[in-house]
Design a protein around this ligand. Structure first.
Ligand SMILES: Cc1cc2nc3c(=O)[nH]c(=O)nc-3n(C[C@H](O)[C@H](O)[C@H](O)COP(=O)(O)OP(=O)(O)OC[C@H]3O[C@@H](n4cnc5c(N)ncnc54)[C@H](O)[C@@H]3O)c2cc1C
Length: 443
């Protein structure tokens, strides 16, 4: 075996047996390659010996897909360099990155227009960088799965969706090309979005992304955020259903995000803010509200964004929103603060799961992405609440309301709850029509 392949050492490597689902697996060996050729040096001997390989990025996945079951862990977090820049025929800047680049690092370097590894870039990339640094427009990479420590490779593999999914779509839409290896170490070079899907979809064989080319977009000049709180559940759903019926949420209208948080989510956020210093700058939420809706508006003129914000405020008021409690952010710093309300929700769930796990280490995170475009948001929530109540379970519901993709997280307190929660999730999955939910998985 190559020296890149280290024996699994419980004293140093235990964290690599887990991801954010908090499920735990096992492995015999582990590697942290730095280059594509090192990935091949790892894969080829393992393939010859028929040793199973589990690929990892940052292990922020919440569904246990980065948890190894046996064999080898191929962890790509050390392949974390931005290696070049090009300008595509459509007039967009593209960044070439290794798969272990973390989203927060990509965003920070893109926003500052300074790339830490530019000293090693080729001449063509440096010429494009010069143009980029002198471009009057700010540019950004839109995917944002709410967890800034996710790797770009992990986001591509899961085709991550995030808060801005309505306006910008999923991660692969912003990837122009990938290089990846199969289990034998054979390199595949794909340079169209469709090929990228084919590389993953319906393919049970191992695929390791070793390089990606990301397409940047010009950042809208105006980005605002708003949060509306509602005293009664029917008011929250009435507001959401009305915005959907009026086709308010899309790239064309400039409304980039519409995220629901149910009353139980607000309740756990209230407690979480007090306990977690990293979320102290998050504005306070009323734990007694029946629900809240986070809206993000992206426009290119102040007049247009003011018009849209006014329409939304009127709609929230008509639906019964609590005008005194509502929040608005019209600059970048305030936007980052109120976005935390939505970003904190999955972290609060992780925290509650970790607390329950301290009492019973068989507990792990149990979430499900419900996708029922055939049902209104209010019908979905009523169904989820009824099924959880019938099973004696507690859970929180939040997520992308506009395309009817809600995350539901059940909160088991002991092992019996966990078994019940799995039955409830299987029941939901069983009611989906085939093809309705590309994320569907029973856990
Ligand atoms: C608080 C929180 C909020 C989140 N919110 C969202 C959300 O709103 N939307 C969303 O989509 N996700 C969300 N996630 C999930 C998560 O951030 C994504 O799944 C992320 O895209 C995975 O990146 P990763 O580097 O952590 O991958 P990992 O968790 O390490 O791996 C995830 C999967 O990708 C595969 N993989 C990783 N790297 C590669 C590679 N180079 N080549 C081939 N396969 C690879 C792994 O084998 C595994 O199957 C959230 C997670 C947390 C903790």
């Amino acid at each position: 075996m190559t020296p890149l392949i280290q024996p699994f050492d419980p004293a140093r490597h235990t964290e690599f047996l887990r991801d954010e689902s908090l499920r735990s697996g096992k492995a015999d060996s582990i590697s942290f390659p730095l280059t594509e050729s090192q990935v091949r040096q790892v894969l080829t001997p393992l393939f010859d010996r028929q040793i199973p390989v589990s690929v990892q990025g940052s292990r922020t996945g919440i569904d246990g897909r980065a948890v190894p079951h046996t064999g080898h862990i191929l962890n790509l977090s050390a392949m974390n360099r931005i290696t070049g820049m090009t300008f595509d025929p459509a007039g967009r800047y593209c960044l070439r990155v290794q798969p272990g680049v973390i989203l927060a690092d990509l965003n920070r370097q893109t926003a500052s227009r300074r790339f830490e590894d530019a000293g090693q870039w080729d001449r063509t990339s440096l010429a494009v960088l010069d143009r980029f640094q002198n471009d009057p427009l700010p540019w950004f990479w839109p995917p944002d799965p709410t967890e800034d420590t996710a790797t770009i490779g992990g986001m591509a593999a899961t085709n991550a969706r995030g808060i801005g999914v309505h306006a910008y779509g999923r991660a692969r839409q912003h990837i122009r090309a990938v290089q990846g290896m199969d289990a034998r170490g054979t390199l595949h070079v794909l340079d169209r979005g469709e090929d990228l899907d084919a590389f993953f979809v319906g393919n049970s064989e191992l695929r390791v992304i070793t390089e990606l080319t990301l397409t940047l977009l010009p950042m809208p000049s105006q980005m605002w955020g708003m949060v509306f709180f509602f005293p009664r559940p029917d008011q929250v759903f009435g507001f959401i259903d009305r915005l959907i019926a009026n086709q308010h949420v899309s790239e064309d209208t400039g409304m980039a995000a519409m995220e629901l948080m149910d009353g139980k989510t607000l309740e756990i956020l209230h407690g979480f803010k007090k306990e977690h210093p990293s979320f102290r700058s998050m504005p306070g939420v009323n734990p007694a509200a029946a629900g809240a809706v986070y809206l993000e508006l992206h426009k290119n003129s102040e007049e247009a964004i003011t018009d849209l914000a006014t329409q939304l405020m009127d709609a929230a008021k008509q639906a019964g929103g609590d005008a005194d409690a509502s929040l608005a952010a019209t600059d970048h710093a305030d936007l980052s603060r109120i976005r935390l309300i939505r970003k904190a929700a999955p972290h609060a769930v992780s925290h509650m799961t970790a607390c329950a796990r301290q009492k019973d280490d068989r507990i792990y995170r149990l979430g499900y992405d419900l996708m029922r475009p055939d049902m209104s948001v209010s019908d979905q929530i009523q169904m989820l609440d009824r099924d959880m109540a019938d099973a004696g379970m507690t859970g929180v519901v939040f997520g992308h309301a506009a395309d009817s993709c809600l995350h539901v997280n059940l909160l088991p307190e002991n092992h019996d709850d966990l078994i019940t929660a799995k039955t409830v999730i299987r029941h939901w999955a069983g009611r989906e029509k085939p093809g309705m939910n590309p994320n569907s998985k029973t856990t």
